[in-house]
Write a protein that binds this ligand. Structure first.
Ligand code: AMP
Length: 129
């Protein structure tokens, strides 16, 4: 998509700190990191979210996510990695992306979603089951 910032990164129209790519995915550092090594994995083809992405791209993203979770722990000495992936509301860039957020015991990231469920769990259960 011509006005998509992540498509522009894929096409090399805007710069990125790309650390890996193959035919399906591009892996680069988040420009506004929540922690040292905050990494994004994106499909090279434009999909908006989990609701429309092709399964072969999703599988590549999962494989790459496994690999880079290990890389972030081994190379940056992260104690863990939190994966985060927004869809629709809360998603600033409407091109599917997986966040890999390294976690460090001695300098942990603080994040929260500011909400509290207003309905009974049983009411939601009855709608979803
Ligand atoms: P989300 O809220 O899940 O859509 O997250 C979008 C992420 O993309 C944010 O963490 C931004 O910091 C990141 N981001 C936006 N533009 C760029 C860019 N040009 N290069 C790297 N990361 C970016």
């Amino acid at each position: 998509m011509s006005d998509c910032i992540f498509c522009k990164i894929v096409n090399g129209e805007i710069p990125s700190y790309t650390i890996y790519e193959n035919d399906y995915v591009k892996v680069f550092l988040d420009i506004n990191p929540m922690s040292d090594g905050h990494t994004l994995i994106i499909p090279k083809k434009h999909f908006e979210s989990i609701m429309d992405i092709d399964k072969e791209y999703l599988m590549e993203i999962e494989n790459t996510s496994m690999l880079f979770t290990r890389v972030l722990c081994d190379v940056l000495n992260a104690d863990g990695v939190t994966r985060m992936q927004n869809n629709g509301y809360g998603q600033d860039v409407k091109h599917y992306h997986m966040h890999l957020i390294p976690r460090y015991k001695n300098n942990d990231v603080k994040y929260q979603i500011n909400s509290k469920s207003k309905k009974d769990v049983s009411e939601i259960f009855n709608k979803l089951k």
